[in-house]
Design a protein around this ligand. Structure first.
Ligand code: C5P
Length: 228
């Protein structure tokens, strides 16, 4: 396949990208969240848009400049990110870079009014964790399964093994694994990743998140150009 054909593969394709953290409110002033900056997802949205893809970015609350892309949908909670993502299907490619809160918290044995601040008292608070929907797995298993579904895997140990098992259970095509231990990735501009599919594991040298976006776009192009 000629280089031009590979480059053209991204023109006018529809891409959904989830990015950033999600926030789970406990009451009007408290929440749980995570350390995702949104940098990697935004860099991918920007790079694919430059190459002519129609990108819809679904982003949790972040503090970085918005990329140029077709459409941006701002969300707060995981449930909201889930609903908005599913509502944008079908798409040719879905890339889930968001660090979605796996759980939301519900106070046990107390009827709380989410509109009112929980009062301080001497009694310990007991929270129940309620699992949030897995957006990536739901997209991959939906009746609108995209041509290509890509996930990320933030790990602190057994990086490749854990990522591979997510690839299989979530039924996705490609997973990008990284080591987030010791504050190495969240909020930083550089990352070191492994690209894992059913058959291979590619180790990429440490590079900027923008450079990862560039190389990932080439990879997506190549995969799509090899599809019938
Ligand atoms: O299972 P784990 O959270 O480690 O999987 C990470 C991948 O799954 C990321 O691509 C993330 O965006 C996605 N994910 C999701 N919805 C969730 C949890 C994770 O889309 N509730």
């Amino acid at each position: 396949i000629k280089r031009n054909n590979i480059m053209d593969c991204l023109k006018n394709i529809s891409v959904i990208i989830t990015a950033g953290p999600t926030i789970e409110n406990i009451d009007p002033v408290r929440h749980i969240s995570n350390k995702s900056s949104g940098k990697q997802g935004f860099a991918i949205a920007s790079e694919l848009s430059k190459r002519g893809a129609n990108v819809t970015l679904i982003s949790g609350p972040v503090k970085i400049p918005l990329p140029n892309c077709l459409k941006i949908i701002n969300v707060t909670s995981a449930q909201e990110m889930f609903e908005k993502t599913i509502s944008q299907l079908p798409a040719d490619v879905v890339i889930c870079t968001a660090a979605v809160s796996d759980w939301r918290l519900v106070l046990e044995k107390t009827r709380i009014d989410v509109n009112n601040k929980i009062k301080k008292s001497n009694k310990a608070l007991h929270f129940k964790t309620v699992e949030n929907p897995d957006i990536l797995a739901a997209v991959a298993k939906s009746k609108f399964k995209p041509k290509l579904v890509i996930g990320f895997s933030a790990e602190t140990e057994n990086i490749i093994e854990n990522a591979k098992s997510k690839l299989i259970t979530k039924e996705i095509d490609l997973i990008i694994a990284n080591d987030v231990s010791k504050g190495k990735v969240f909020g930083k501009d550089y990352n070191k990743v492994y690209l894992i599919d059913k058959n291979d594991c590619e180790e990429w040298a440490q590079q900027s998140k923008k450079s990862i976006a560039f190389n990932l776009s080439n990879k997506i192009s190549k995969i799509l150009s090899n599809r019938p």
